[in-house]
Every structure is written in C-alpha cells, then in structure tokens.
Ligand binder design. Structure first.
Ligand code: AMP
Length: 286
C-alpha cells in the first residue's frame, strides 16, 4: 500500500478534495505518533467505515504545559509510516508546529484563536493538573477537522475526558462529523497501551498493572451490587500499588460529566496516577 506522507496543509486538502469528488467517505484518526496497537485499532475501524483514511501525527505543542514532556515525547516517523502502510492508511498528515501555528508556535500561544470547551468539563480530572490542556486539544482537533473535513473521526475511549469534550465540541459547534469511539486496547496483564508506557522502568511497569486491576475490581464489586462510591473508592485504593501516586480516582456521569455519589450503569470511573515520573491514565465504564 502506497501511503502518502505529507507535512503540508494545502497538499492534504487537495488529496482529500479529489477523494470527495469521487464520492468517497473520509475518516480521520488524530494521533501524536509513536503508534501502537491502540492506535492501530482506531485505524482499522477507520478503514472499515470509510474509503479514504487520513492519520494525523502531530505532537501538539499547545496542549503541553511548560513542565510537561513535549520535548521528550516519543517520536518515530519511520516506524509509524511502516505501520500505516501495513494498515492501508492513505495519507499521513504530519505537519510541523510552524505549519499548524505559523511563526508563533510556542507553548504559550497568546496570538492564537482557541476553541475553549466549558469550564465544567475542562477544569476537572486531567484538566485540573493540566491547565489549558483541553483548550489545546480542542483547538488542534478543530484545526485538523477544518483541514481534512472528514466524514468520520475515530477517538479512543482511553482518553475518556478528551472523547467527551470532542463530542461536545462537535455538537455545540454543529460540525458535520461523526465521532466514532473505539474501545481501550490493553496489554495481556491489563495495562492500557500508551505511548508513555515506553518511559516506564521495569519496576514501574510492574506497578502499573495495579491501575487497571483497581478499575476492574471496582467493576466487579459494582456488578455484585455495590454502588456506594466511597466504598468502591476505598476498595480500589486497597488494590493500587503503594508506590503509585494517585492524582485522581473519580466517578462521573458520562452523559453530563457530573460527579456521582452512587454509581450506576454507564458511570465513568477514571483514574490518573504518577508512576515514577510518568503520568498514566485509564478508565472503565460501569
Ligand atoms: P495519542 O497519540 O495518545 O494522542 O492518541 C491518539 C488516539 O489514540 C486517541 O484518540 C487515543 O484515545 C487513542 N488511544 C491511545 N491509546 C489507546 C488505547 N490503548 N486503546 C484505544 N485507543 C487509544
């Protein structure tokens, strides 16, 4: 499969327009690269539902805080391109920060028009410690949507808050794009795949197993009739490796993002921990 790699907005627009003229449906899979089986599952879904698949690979500077891992975030275009070719991706759009944001592509971009999702969905969970993160995410996704103009866009359930925010943006701003959620892909021992898993030492990798264990433990208890969030919370903490630093473990209504005291079917249970210096997130839907 001949996958076109382009870093140019005008070129990608042209490639997509030609396909649309043929009546072909377009799917976009936005990523930050360092592709793994989680990304591959999104791409496979995109291939299933559309005729022409664009994968964007862009480590977006404006969604990283000043003390976060923008510089050291894993980048491996050769490997990413190989996987995309194997999966039959039509176009990889891998722009530079300058291509996306012009000269002012710094982390604190005061010159840019942002898409700012409402306070109640960005100022909680990951947004609490990552101030401005979801403004950066919504802005870059909006730009990618405007560049590619896809019929479908595939997002992983792994980033549950991101998925919620993107769905809301699409609804609130009347975008004519179908957001396709894709289930979390895990290692055999339960750890959710993430590009950041590459940062983990052997010991940290071992400790990380308890993240998904604690979520599955909650799910098991819920299925046996326990819905009191304080009981579920305490039980999960007892499973979590003591060397992990818990940032949050929260129960939210996944249709309005409000905190719940009593879990019910559909409740989002989301967790973030620091494992050494690496921040890891995971979630389950009850
Ligand atoms: P990222 O490159 O981390 O920004 O992720 C790009 C897309 O892949 C997002 O929609 C993520 O939710 C999704 N993704 C990342 N990890 C996984 C996973 N383990 N399972 C399913 N989707 C994932």
């Amino acid at each position: 499969m001949n996958t076109i790699l382009s870093n140019n907005i005008v070129e990608v627009r042209k490639l997509v327009k030609e396909q649309k003229k043929e009546g072909h449906k377009i799917a976009l899979v936005p990523t930050m690269g360092a592709l793994h089986a989680g990304h591959a599952s999104l791409i496979k879904k995109a291939k299933e539902i559309a005729d022409f698949v664009v994968v964007s690979v862009f480590v977006n500077p404006i969604q990283f805080g000043p003390n976060e891992d923008f510089d050291k975030y894993p980048r491996n275009m050769d490997k990413d391109k190989k996987l995309c070719e194997e999966l039959g991706v039509n176009v990889i759009f891998a722009p530079s920060p300058k291509e996306m944001y012009g000269e002012n592509s710094s982390l604190n971009n005061n010159e840019l028009t942002y898409v700012c999702p409402p306070y109640n969905v960005v100022d909680c969970l990951c947004g609490k410690s990552r101030v401005g993160h979801f403004d950066g995410v919504a802005t870059v996704v909006m730009k990618l949507f405007n560049i590619v103009q896809p019929d479908f866009a595939c997002f992983g359930q792994k980033d549950a808050q991101q998925l919620f925010i993107i769905k809301k943006m699409v609804k609130d701003l009347n975008l004519d794009i179908e957001i396709v959620p894709c289930p979390i892909v895990r290692e055999e021992d339960g750890l959710a795949l993430s590009s950041r898993n590459a940062y983990l030492s052997e010991q940290e990798r071992q400790q990380a197993i308890s993240i998904s264990k604690s979520l599955f433990y909650i799910k098991g208890l819920f299925e046996r009739g326990i819905s009191d969030v304080s009981i579920l919370f305490d039980s999960a903490i007892s499973v979590l490796d003591k060397n992990l630093n818990l940032e949050y473990l929260e129960f939210r209504n996944y249709s309005n993002f409000e905190k719940v005291n009593n879990a019910s079917e559909g409740t989002l249970v989301a967790i973030a921990v620091k494992d050494g210096n690496t921040r890891l997130i995971d979630n389950v839907i009850l």
